[in-house]
Structure formats: C-alpha cells, structure tokens
Design a protein around this ligand. Structure first.
Ligand SMILES: *[C@@H]1O[C@H](CO)[C@@H](O)[C@H](O)[C@H]1NC(C)=O
Ligand SMILES: *[C@@H]1O[C@H](CO)[C@@H](O)[C@H](O)[C@H]1NC(C)=O
Ligand SMILES: *[C@@H]1O[C@H](CO)[C@@H](O)[C@H](O)[C@H]1NC(C)=O
Ligand SMILES: *[C@@H]1O[C@H](CO)[C@@H](O)[C@H](O)[C@H]1NC(C)=O
Ligand SMILES: *[C@@H]1O[C@H](CO)[C@@H](O)[C@H](O)[C@H]1NC(C)=O
Ligand SMILES: *[C@@H]1O[C@H](CO)[C@@H](O)[C@H](O)[C@H]1NC(C)=O
Ligand SMILES: *[C@@H]1O[C@H](CO)[C@@H](O)[C@H](O)[C@H]1NC(C)=O
Ligand SMILES: *[C@@H]1O[C@H](CO)[C@@H](O)[C@H](O)[C@H]1NC(C)=O
Ligand SMILES: CC(=O)N[C@H]1CO[C@H](CO)[C@@H](O)[C@@H]1O
Length: 454
C-alpha cells in the first residue's frame, strides 16, 4: 500500500534535500511569488502583482533597502477585500483567522466560513486585496489568478503564512493537499481509457450577451488532471462568442458542462437554458449533444451559507484536492463511494445545493483536510461498465491524440468563423470567472456581486 502519509513523507524529503536550489517547490517563480531571506527580515515578492513586502519581526528595527513597505509580523489585524484569502486563512491557526476583523461590504456579506468574526465598524492596518495597489497598507493576494494551476494556487497558503510566522506548519498543509491531489490524479488517469469531454462555460450578460468557453490554465489543468478532455475553441477562435450558434457548435462532443454563468435568485435550469439559448429554434447544434441529452450540466454553487452565498469562490483555490475530487466524482461517482461532491452539483436534473448547517463550526486545520479523500495510488480506478460511454467526438485542443475528425467544418470556414467572432467581440479579459451569487432562498433578495469587480 502506497499510503498518503508515506507519499507525504517522500514529498517532504524531496523538498528538504535541495533546500537552497531552484527546485525548492516552495520558492518557485511559477507559483507567482518567491521569498528571500535577508539579514533581519524576509522579503516576499508577489510576481503576479509585481509588489514586494519586507516582513520584519515585531519590535525589531531593520534597514530595508529599496522602496519596499515594511510590515511587522505577525500582523495583528487585517481586512479582507478578496474572498479567497479567507479560504486560505481558514487553514492556518485561529491566531490568523482572529486577525481578520473587517472587510469590504460584499466580503462581509458573502463570507461563508464560520472561522471569522468580521464587523463593518472595525478598522485594520492592512488589507488583503486582489488588485495591483502598491499602497503600503495593502497586501496583494493573487491566488485567484487563472493562469495558476490548481497546485500552484495552493502554495499561496505559504505566502499568506509568512505574514503570521506560520510558514512551517503551512508547508505541511500544502504538501498534504498536494499529495492528495496527486494521488487521485494518478489513480483516475491510470484507470480511464476513454475520457469524457468537459467544457467550462459561462454566459455574461453584457450587451450584447457573450458566451465564453474557458481556456485558462486553471480550468484546463483541473479538467485534464481529472482524466477528461477539455473542450476548447479551435486555435484560430477566440474563447468568447457573440453568435450563439457558433457557441453551440463549439460545444460539439461535450459530455459534461461545468457552468458558472451568473444567475439571479430563483433562476433554475429552464431559465439557464434560455440564457444559453438552448431553446427550440435557436440552433441545431445542441440537442444531440451528450451534455444535453444526458443532462450533464453542473454548477459550482452546490454548497451555500445559511444566507445563500456560494462557498466555492472562497475555498476553491485553497483546496485543489477537493476541486479535483469534485471534477472526478461528477464523471465517476464510484471513484470513492464515500465522497459526496463538495461544490459541484447537477443542475440539469434539478439537484439542490446543500446549505451549511446553522451549527457549522470552525475546525482545526487537520480536521479540515483529513477524512475526505482516501487514496491509494497503487489501486488504479476502473470505471464501471455501466457508465454512459463518452461521445468521443471532440474538437479538443489536442487534436493529435484523440483521432477525431468529426467536425463538419473545413479549416477555412473555421477560420472564417474565428475572424468574424474575434472582430465582433470586445476583449473580455481573463476574468469573468468567479461570480458568486446568492442562491434561491425564501429570504428577501440581496444584490449579488461579481468577485472580479471587488
Ligand atoms: C527564491 O528564489 C529566488 C529567485 O528565484 C532567489 O533569489 C531566492 O534566494 C530564493 N530564496 C530562497 C530562500 O531560496
Ligand atoms: C515592477 O515594479 C518595479 C518597481 O516597483 C518596476 O521597476 C518594474 O518595472 C515593474 N515591473 C513590471 C513588469 O511592472
Ligand atoms: C497563537 O499565538 C500565541 C501567542 O503568540 C501562541 O502562544 C500560540 O502558540 C499560537 N497558537 C497557534 C496555534 O499557533
Ligand atoms: C461595532 O458593531 C458591533 C455590532 O456589529 C457593536 O457591538 C459594536 O459596539 C460596534 N463598535 C463600535 C465601535 O461602533
Ligand atoms: C507608509 O509607510 C510609511 C513609513 O514606512 C509611513 O510613514 C506612511 O504613513 C505609510 N502610509 C500609509 C498610507 O500607511
Ligand atoms: C453523502 O450524502 C448522502 C445523502 O445525502 C448521505 O447519506 C451520506 O452520509 C453522505 N456521505 C458523506 C461521507 O458525507
Ligand atoms: C492540430 O492540427 C493541425 C492541423 O492538422 C496541426 O497543425 C496542429 O499542430 C495540431 N495541434 C496539435 C496540438 O496537435
Ligand atoms: C474513442 O476514440 C479513440 C481514438 O479514436 C478510440 O481509440 C476509442 O476506442 C474510442 N472509444 C469509444 C468508446 O468509441
Ligand atoms: C493582482 C491580482 O491578483 N489580480 C487577479 C485578480 O483576480 C483575477 C481573476 O478573478 C485575476 O485575473 C487577476 O490576475
């Protein structure tokens, strides 16, 4: 048995040996941040936002070279201006969660974690934000960046931990989550021979309405690590569509859709179909597709707070192991029989999101990360023969491996579509991803918020 803990120990050793070399996974530029140990302080660089922080132990005075803000660590009070930082802070000690005394108004509303007591009348010397501010009271936290892979995102736990002198214990948590992720990735990929095709879709209700098929590194890595093929627009094609027929056509071969279109309260699958123009007469291209015929349309907001806010934007970046496990479980419910998806739920068959219990409690880190994933890497997973067969007619980015010649369009007409679409679509930017919305409840309406606008 190649058990998690053994794998963990190996990983830890791997990390410990080349302590100062470039292969130190805790100090890899690919993660989006690095640190330097300098006399008397630690210099932390956020490479995505291009900001740096000199972390000076409380009560000490050092001379910091360059125009770098000095921060006394551990910091004693902070505000949250981005939700995902709370999902990470939750994995550190209560000494960390207790410092989050306040946040912007939409964060105070949308926080789903019981680990924080934030008030709208407190003030804090530092604000964790997703932005590019260089003000010396702002700390940019960029784990949400879609150019990071799931496993690169989890290293931001250590970035956050540096502000609290908890980087050593954070490292263990990162390695433990990484081990679980890699174990289930290996198991599912060694067992699946005929992969399903998954598209991550999102309609944006700008005018004119546009439809997006996500192609970023995060989405692509999560889907392929779950042993699926990612449906992606052909290379000459922009990832956003104004023409709904072209959008439906691009979804050809999709067995499963994962959708993050923002919906208003009370909007369910029928309303979603209208938004996606999957209604009779809109186009010929969707009715025969696997995702539509087999009702395989999933949403990420399957776990909501008592007041109806989705837990996914807060925790998905900190818990790539659960995000991957969900992506596997929607395809292969028997992968681990004891696992119920954390966030993803089948929207097309009318499943309901789970509401967190009123007595949901803040647990310690170990309790948070254990007992969910049980994985033995040397036990390859075999999909049961009773599973619906993949459509196997997929236009994926990787056109070489899947031997598919199913598209009825010539390359010339594809390029024509691409040029038409590119000309018609205003640049949407990489964002447009994490909308967190209030799910339907019996309570009065709140406004909903787009995370990227925070
Ligand atoms: C981290 O990496 C950077 C460059 O990639 C290097 O300058 C720095 O010394 C490294 N820090 C540690 C502690 O290894
Ligand atoms: C990053 O910031 C430094 C100093 O603040 C500046 O010199 C440099 O041009 C910036 N780099 C980028 C890519 O913005
Ligand atoms: C929290 O901080 C106190 C005081 O610095 C320290 O004694 C305690 O060990 C810390 N707790 C954790 C879980 O790190
Ligand atoms: C802040 O609000 C809380 C209730 O949310 C209240 O108990 C407290 O007295 C307020 N503090 C100040 C300084 O207004
Ligand atoms: C920025 O830091 C300097 C000294 O390091 C301090 O004098 C100044 O008040 C700080 N500005 C803000 C907005 O906190
Ligand atoms: C999964 O969900 C089912 C049905 O709601 C429940 O009976 C079961 O206890 C759950 N399993 C776990 C491990 O939470
Ligand atoms: C896809 O096919 C085209 C033309 O057949 C080829 O030029 C391109 O390299 C292929 N792409 C991949 C990722 O295999
Ligand atoms: C799917 O396509 C691949 C490559 O053409 C082929 O090897 C495989 O047998 C097909 N699977 C099914 C279920 O048709
Ligand atoms: C500076 C920074 O971290 N910006 C990120 C904010 O979040 C969006 C995604 O929602 C990223 O695209 C940005 O890079």
């Amino acid at each position: 048995m190649f058990k998690n803990s053994i794998a963990w120990a190996l990983l830890a050793m791997l990390w410990a040996l080349p302590a100062q070399s470039q292969s130190n996974p805790a100090n890899d530029t690919a993660n989006g941040w690095i640190y330097e140990e300098l006399p008397g302080y630690t210099l932390l660089h956020n490479l995505i936002a291009n900001t740096s922080y000199a972390l000076v132990p409380q009560g000490q005075v050092v001379t910091v070279s360059g125009n770098v803000p000095q921060i006394s660590v551990p910091i004693t009070a902070a505000a949250a201006d981005t939700l995902d930082v709370l999902g990470f802070a939750e994995l550190l000690s209560s000494n960390v969660t207790n410092t989050f005394t306040t946040g912007s108004s939409n964060i105070l509303l949308a926080n789903t974690s019981p680990c924080f007591t934030m008030s709208n009348n407190a003030s804090a010397p530092y604000t964790f934000t997703n932005g590019t501010s260089t003000a010396n009271n702002t700390i940019v936290f960029s784990a949400n960046d879609p150019s990071l892979t799931p496993l690169q995102k989890v290293w931001w736990l250590q970035y956050l931990a540096y502000f609290y002198n908890e980087e050593k214990v954070a490292l263990q948590t990162v390695l433990s989550i990484t081990t679980n992720y890699n174990c289930i990735k290996i198991r599912v990929n060694s067992g699946v021979k005929d992969p399903y095709a998954i598209a991550w879709t999102q309609a944006n209700m700008v005018t004119p309405q546009v439809y997006e098929i996500r192609t970023d590194t995060y989405a692509k890595t999560l889907i392929t690590d779950a042993a699926a093929k990612m449906i992606a627009p052909n290379s000459a094609q922009d990832k956003t569509y104004t023409n709904v027929g072209e959008f439906h056509l691009a979804l050809h071969g999709a067995d499963v859709l994962l959708d993050t279109t923002p919906l208003s309260e009370g909007e369910l699958y029928p309303q979603w179909q209208k938004i996606m123009n999957m209604v009779p007469g809109a186009s010929l291209f969707y009715e025969s597709e696997g995702y539509y015929k087999n009702r395989q349309v999933y949403r990420t907001d399957g776990l909501v707070s008592q007041s109806g806010y989705s837990n996914f934007p807060e925790r998905y970046a900190a818990r790539p192991d659960l995000a991957l496990m969900d992506m596997i479980a929607i395809q292969y419910p028997t992968f681990q029989n004891t696992y119920n998806t954390t966030w993803l739920y089948n929207f097309a068959i009318g499943s309901s999101p789970h509401t967190m219990p009123a007595n949901y409690e803040c647990k310690d880190t170990l309790a948070m990360i254990s007992n969910q994933i049980h994985c033995y890497g040397d036990e390859p997973f075999t999909p049961p023969a009773t599973q619906v067969a993949p459509t196997n007619e997929t236009e994926t980015e990787d056109n070489s491996s899947s031997g598919d010649q199913s598209s009825s369009l010539s390359t010339g007409s594809k390029a024509g579509i691409a040029i038409g679409v590119i000309a018609g679509v205003a640049a949407l930017g990489g964002a447009a991803f994490l909308f967190y919305r209030k799910r339907p409840t019996a309570e009065p309406s709140h406004n909903f918020y787009k995370m990227d606008d925070i």
